[in-house]
Design a protein. Structure first.
Length: 225
């Protein structure tokens, strides 16, 4: 290993240690209650050295988000059976989203509470990272939907892209509801786990093949209305 390689590995290890420490503190105390000084102390760095790696808490937040997304994608790629029907692949993706979110509730809580504000002020670099993650997920989902429409395992009376957007938006809204909605669940006597565990049962009829429906008709190019 060259000196340059060793220095790069040490740099990456240091960044990982910083992200680990920040994540632990954010979950324990709440994002807004943690200072950069506390994060620097946790990894035994000067504040100046910390700022060389991450310029503010927002950048640490996005590092956590990006790492979580990548781990989520790695797991669902391992779970996805390339020989399964398109419909089963779509259901596998939804089930994995539900289970992964339940297993990472501290992350989900942080993303739901402070995420919207931070995302509203993110710079183009982090916007690009999140866009790439979203594109990767949608590519896998759209491939599964197209396969399911072709093999008859899911409905084929909707535009595949539209179908994908419905699945993505509904699924994310269910597993990551706003704190206000969570409070509403509690008042109604419905626990979060019960809410998400029954999601697939609810969404399944919307995915199933419609026996009496033909394929969606494409609109002629260049025409409106």
């Amino acid at each position: 290993m060259t000196i340059a390689d060793r220095k790069q590995r040490e740099k990456e290890q240091r960044r990982t240690e910083i992200v680990d420490a920040a994540e632990m503190l954010f979950y324990k105390k709440g994002f807004n209650n943690v200072t950069m000084d506390e994060i620097a102390d946790a990894v035994e760095l000067s504040k100046g050295s910390l700022y060389v790696c991450f310029r503010n808490k927002d950048s640490l937040f996005f590092a956590i988000v990006d790492r979580t997304h990548k781990e989520y994608f790695r797991q669902f790629r391992e779970l996805l059976d390339e020989h399964a029907s398109g419909g089963e692949q779509v259901r596998t993706m939804i089930r994995h989203l539900v289970e992964y979110t339940k297993d990472h509730q501290e992350y989900n809580e942080m993303a739901c509470t402070v995420g919207p504000l931070i995302w509203s002020r993110m710079d183009t670099r982090y916007e690009q990272v999140l866009a790439e993650n979203s594109i990767e997920y949608n590519r896998w989902l759209n491939d599964a939907i197209s396969k399911g429409m072709a093999d008859g395992s899911i409905r084929n009376d909707l535009n595949p892209a539209l179908f994908g957007f419905y699945i993505s938006l509904i699924s994310l809204s269910v597993v990551s509801p706003s704190p206000l909605w969570k409070k509403g669940f509690e008042l109604a006597g419905v626990g979060y786990d019960e809410f998400v565990d029954n999601f697939l049962k609810f969404i399944d009829p919307s995915i199933n093949h419609c026996k009496n429906a033909g394929p969606v008709k494409k609109r002629p190019a260049g025409r409106n209305g």
